[in-house]
Design a protein around this ligand. Structure first.
Ligand code: NBP
Length: 477
């Protein structure tokens, strides 16, 4: 017998993905650099389905039916290149190598180009949902050629998460690196979502004076409304948790220094390259790095500023409602920025990405899964070339309705010295977009003054320069 799919790289993700394929009735060939892991998988989970354990690259490739579908689930970066170098020479035209790791989309584009010369389809595939998702159904974002999707798609649809309406959370995102690009932005949005939730928590704690357990209940309530999402749900769980050793709230015994693996940073780096303002995502990445600068923070202890004044019980309840509005409005902005980045990447690389389909496959399985995504999909279904999520009538209306409370929360935060980089950046983005005139006109004047960079006028076509060092007359450029 031969296997319909093979998985190499059997750490947490690969092993669970392999089990997911097997549980769905596929025969799965297994391979890992250290073959003890392969044997362990079969020993522990062999009865879940049909596995073919292999010990060498040759044996692994030979176990796959043609065209071969070989999933690589190793540590992103050099390991992926090493694995490709090992397997590609053993493969034949029409075969597929599916990279399910968190690769940078530029690496995926390079690998796809190199393997195309050998007529091998390289399918860079974003997989979200962590360990649990890999086993029970992740959100899957494959790039690569349409031919590869024709062969792989049905299998991916089977193992993927299903949205509430039953739709599989997988779609062919676009050519070469499109899938990994979209996965990258997914993670950027995830950073922003987490930062906004963190700010809401901080405000409820320091301004409203609630305990972590009380805040857990507030999040639980929010989770029954428009903020219904996996991240809000687990926030309540984390806040409710009590440390066994000390009896204190868990959140009070964890060091307040956030770590990161890099996909959030990539999202911002690429946004800078594409000229897309993703200020909310950037603030989320910066907030994590600021938290980690313990020397800077220690040196800044004692700087003057207000300490938060806690509110009365009645005021606290009203304030919590306002924070919900601020959180929701800021979330709309994060997604607006993230989808703008996907649209810009799609344009730059010719991917023709269906933004509504991206929203749809994020409804289940992945970390940012939320009821909210159905509405984003609806917005793009209504108008596929929507210039911005904020130009969708429903979102515009909602953000408009939230803005008074959003502003009130930021006034309170500013007065009381509680940092809210995510909420603030989101509001600044909103106000900048809706402004009639921006001070960019002054910026252009300064640039023309010191560098003769020229400017365009509101009343005439063409580029102009003012003779700032001379009689200040204007000349055409
Ligand atoms: P790791 O990222 O920890 O990678 C471990 C695997 O890579 C092992 O199978 C290891 O083999 C193999 N490997 C390494 Br390291 N160097 C190798 C080399 N030079 N040649 C061959 N194999 C090599 O595993 P993971 O946490 O399961 O993640 C796998 C991929 O999925 C990563 O790209 C990750 O970013 C991505 N991802 C992870 C998550 C998550 O929640 N963890 C979510 C979404 C995506 P060995 O056993 O012989 O050492």
């Amino acid at each position: 017998t031969s296997a319909q799919i093979g998985v190499t790289g059997l750490a947490v993700m690969g092993r669970n993905l392999a089990r997911n394929f097997a549980r769905n009735g596929y025969t799965v060939a297994l391979h890992n650099r250290t073959s003890a892991k392969t044997r362990a998988l079969v020993e522990e989970f062999g009865d879940e389905g049909d596995f073919i354990a292999t010990e060498s690259a040759e044996e692994f490739v030979a176990a796959l039916e043609r065209p071969r579908r070989l999933v690589v689930m190793v540590k992103a970066g050099e390991a992926t290149d090493a694995v490709i170098k090992e397997f590609a020479p053993l493969m034949e035209p029409g075969d597929m190598i599916i990279d399910g790791g968190n690769a940078h989309f530029a690496d995926t584009r390079r690998r796809e180009r190199e393997l195309r010369e050998q007529d091998i389809h390289f399918v860079g595939t974003g997989v979200s949902g962590g360990e649990e998702g890999a086993l029970n159904g992740p959100s899957i974002m494959p790039g690569g050629s349409p031919e590869s999707y024709a062969s792989l798609g049905p299998m991916l649809e089977k193992i993927s998460a299903k949205a509430e309406d039953g739709a599989p959370c997988v779609t062919h995102v676009g050519a070469d690196g499109a899938g990994h690009f979209v996965k990258m932005v997914h993670n950027g949005i995830e950073y922003a979502d987490m930062q906004l939730i963190a700010e809401a928590y901080q405000l409820l704690r320091e301004v409203a004076g609630y305990s972590p357990a009380q805040i857990a209940d507030i999040f639980r309530t929010w989770n029954t409304g428009r903020l219904d999402s996996y991240l809000i749900e687990i926030t309540a769980e984390v806040l409710k948790h009590v440390d066994a050793a000390t009896g204190k709230p868990f959140v009070d015994v964890v060091q307040d220094q956030a770590e990161q693996k890099g996909t959030g940073r990539w999202t911002v780096q690429i946004a800078l390259d594409l000229g897309v303002p993703v200020s909310g995502i950037a603030e989320a990445v910066f907030a994590r790095s600021l938290s980690g600068h313990s020397e800077l923070r220690a040196a800044s202890q004692g700087l003057p500023g207000p300490t938060a004044q806690q509110l009365s019980e009645a005021e606290a309840g009203a304030f919590a409602d306002q924070v919900e509005q601020a959180l929701y409005a800021s979330k709309i902005v994060s997604y607006t920025q993230g989808f703008h980045e996907i649209a810009a990447g799609s344009e730059e690389y010719g991917w023709d990405i269906d933004l509504g389909a991206v929203a749809a496959i994020w409804r289940g399985g992945c970390i940012i899964r939320a009821a909210f995504l159905d509405r984003i999909r609806a917005a793009y279904d209504t108008r596929a070339d929507l210039p911005s999520l904020l130009s969708d009538k429903t979102f515009a209306q909602e953000i408009g309705a939230a803005q008074d409370d959003w502003r009130a929360v930021l006034v309170a935060a500013t007065r009381q010295g509680v940092p809210t980089p995510g909420f603030s950046a989101a509001l600044a983005y909103y106000d900048a977009l809706r402004a009639d005139r921006l001070p960019a006109a002054l910026t252009q004047g300064q640039r023309d003054y010191f560098g003769a960079h020229t400017y365009r006028r509101t009343d005439r076509e063409g580029s102009f320069h003012t003779l700032w060092g001379g009689d200040r007359s204007e000349v055409g450029a």
